[in-house]
Design a protein around this ligand. Structure first.
Ligand code: ATP
Length: 590
């Protein structure tokens, strides 16, 4: 497809305010693209160059893009910089400057999607001495040959500012509509995506081999699987009840979730949100090589700091130093992490996802060397008694842990979903509202009075409704911000302001500024209450006029923004509904 046509589709997607319309336009666009370009088109729609776990970055700073624009237009760099300062969007500045020339407006560019993508790959691959010039020159060449609309998107793409607002789920639905004319393949596509985490690859398989291609997507080494997640319940009795009696109860460790892939002597580690984090864990890599007795394996565990002298696990504040300290190598020698392994997904050419928990656990135990000092099987008991579960929970808390995760003995590994096959019980569940919530920032307010100087007065936050693929509002958060946090939030959020309410946001409230839903914050509140102001669960509460809100919400957490969670990983509307019901049930059990 000509890039000009592709860019015109992007222009239409950007201007819609409804998710359904967005799917319609995306599906229409995908239909016109052939199999040789579909993966690139999907990556571009996501704003990436490849599956995010590949970690391929453009490595192009705004200044370099300004230089390229200056070369392509012959305009002075200062003029470009001041235009950019005014609009805050270099894509718009590029479009405007290009449109000044009648010749360019009339031009029919000859670039295809594939050609633009190849140039972007060239930009990303340039490294070392002279790479800056290569990047600037390559971008300038593409810009100089393109029309104003093309330029807008060509410049936004490597700067990470495409901001089309189409989430992964929207793209999958659009692929289904493009391929079958309806949404019926969405679930199948989603399943494949949970297993391989690569939307471009899925699109290509679909285009080349149809439904058969999607069905044949299997667990593969060095392609992370979306992690299984835990539900919550507030009491041991409810957990036992829900799991039908006998279940496994494991200690819950508070560290970094690691999905470890090993093939021969190659080991790679992926985080909870599927980024490759191998470099952060040289100690775990070494331990895997030394003490995992399997040629090819994918297994999971929680890496955390451990005091060998006292045999105690250390709190997350200690473990997280690994992320903050620049010298990972020194840190890994000074305070090596311990991996508490809790699941196995793949072994020697076979997926273990469909095996029941107890079989997986057995196999996991078998591949960990008895002498291993750094990798241990998570502590676990099997019980059908709520009393015994509670005892194990109390002991875990006493030894400094977060709580427990109870697991269904017969359940398969459910990738990418929070199902009741894993249920967590945490120390924090003793309060009225049992757990902290991870909310996505949807908008923000300007400060008044003493806060005016920070240009920040509070947040509008929301949760994610998985079924409708929409973000729903749940709370305004106006208190508890330190001056530092206000400055940081004002600066972060001003960069992602949206012109109007994003298409995937459902709200009855208008903040001073809407933002693209990308940042997640951890919030504690006293209670979930019913509210006519918010859209969270408004349509599935049985009472269409009422949603949910939070009482006394405040931001907490070691870091202000949860970097390990994407917007869609925030607390879901379903969880809020469940928590609201649990709140009512909790009496004085603890
Ligand atoms: P939380 O903040 O409670 O960890 P989360 O959203 O990151 O929440 P959950 O699905 O709610 O993740 O809780 C499961 C998490 O607990 C896993 O992602 C994993 O990192 C961690 N964990 C620690 N110990 C275990 C265990 N034994 N089995 C499974 N997960 C465990």
């Amino acid at each position: 497809m000509q890039f000009k046509e592709f860019a015109e589709y992007f222009q239409r997607i950007e201007s819609v305010s409804s998710r359904l319309k967005m799917i319609e336009i995306l599906a229409d666009m995908f239909k016109k693209i052939d199999s040789s370009e579909i993966s690139m088109a999907v990556y571009m729609t996501q704003g990436v160059l490849a599956a995010p776990y590949e970690g391929i970055e453009f490595g192009l700073a705004t200044k370099m893009a300004e230089d390229a624009l200056s070369i392509a237009t012959g305009k002075d760099k200062n003029e470009i910089e001041s235009l950019y300062k005014k609009s805050g969007d270099l894509g718009l500045s590029a479009e405007m400057l290009m449109a000044e020339s009648k010749l360019r407006r009339m031009r029919s560019s000859s670039y295809t999607i594939g050609m633009v993508y190849d140039s972007m790959i060239k930009i990303s691959k340039a490294s070392g001495k002279g790479s800056k010039e290569v990047k600037v020159r390559t971008l300038a060449e593409v810009l100089a040959a393109s029309t104003p609309i093309e330029c807008k998107y060509i410049i936004r793409y490597p700067l990470g500012q495409l901001r089309l607002g189409a989430g992964d789920s929207t793209i999958l639905e659009a692929l289904s509509v493009a391929h079958t004319g309806e949404r019926r393949m969405k679930e199948e596509l989603e399943h494949a995506y949970n297993i391989c985490s690569d939307l471009g690859f899925i699109a290509e398989e679909l285009y080349k081999f149809g439904e058969k291609g999607i069905k044949s997507i299997k667990v593969t080494l060095f392609r992370p699987i979306k992690p299984a997640l835990a539900e919550r319940l507030p009491t041991p009795e409810q957990i036992i009840d829900r799991l039908g009696g006998r279940c496994a109860v494991e200690q819950k460790y508070d560290g970094f979730r690691c999905q470890v892939h090993k093939s021969g002597n190659t080991v790679r580690i992926y985080s909870r949100n599927l980024e490759e984090t191998t470099d952060m864990f040289p100690d775990i890599v070494k331990a895997t090589k030394d003490s995992i007795e399997a040629e090819n394996v994918i297994f999971e565990g929680e890496a955390l700091a451990y005091n060998e002298k006292t045999s105690e696990f250390l709190p997350f504040q200690e473990t997280i130093q690994r992320k903050r300290k620049h010298d990972v190598k020194a840190m890994s020698e000074q305070m090596p992490l311990h991996l508490m392994a809790f699941d196995i997904i793949y072994l020697n050419g076979k997926s273990y996802m469909d095996l029941p928990y107890n079989r997986r656990r057995e196999e996991l135990g078998r591949i960990i060397s008895q002498n291993s000092e750094r990798i241990t099987l998570s502590n676990m008991v099997i019980t059908k008694s709520a009393k015994e579960l509670n005892k194990f929970f109390e002991e875990s808390i006493e030894s400094g842990l977060e709580g427990i995760v109870a697991k269904d003995l017969n359940s398969s590994y459910i990738a990418g979903a929070r199902k009741f096959s894993w249920i967590k019980l945490k120390r924090s569940y003793r309060g009225l509202l049992s757990d902290t919530l991870d909310l996505v920032i949807l908008g923000y307010y300007l400060g008044k009075g003493s806060r005016a100087e920070f240009k920040f007065g509070g947040l509008l936050c929301g949760v994610y409704n998985k079924k409708s693929d929409m973000f729903e509002t749940i709370s305004r958060i106006g208190t508890g911000f330190s001056e530092d946090n206000m400055k940081k939030l004002s600066s972060l959020l001003s960069k992602i302001r949206a012109k109007s309410k994003p298409a995937r946001v459902s709200s009855l409230i208008n903040p001073d500024f809407w933002v693209d839903p990308v940042y997640v914050v951890t919030v504690r509140a006293d209670e979930i209450t019913r509210s006519p102001m918010h859209t969270c669960c408004r349509n599935n509460s049985g009472d269409a006029e009422v949603g949910y809100a939070l009482r006394f919400p405040r931001i907490i957490g070691t870091d202000l923004i949860r970097e390990d969670k994407r917007a869609e990983d925030c607390t879901s509307s379903e969880e809020i509904d469940e928590l609201f019901k649990q709140q009512k049930k909790v009496t004085t059990k603890f």
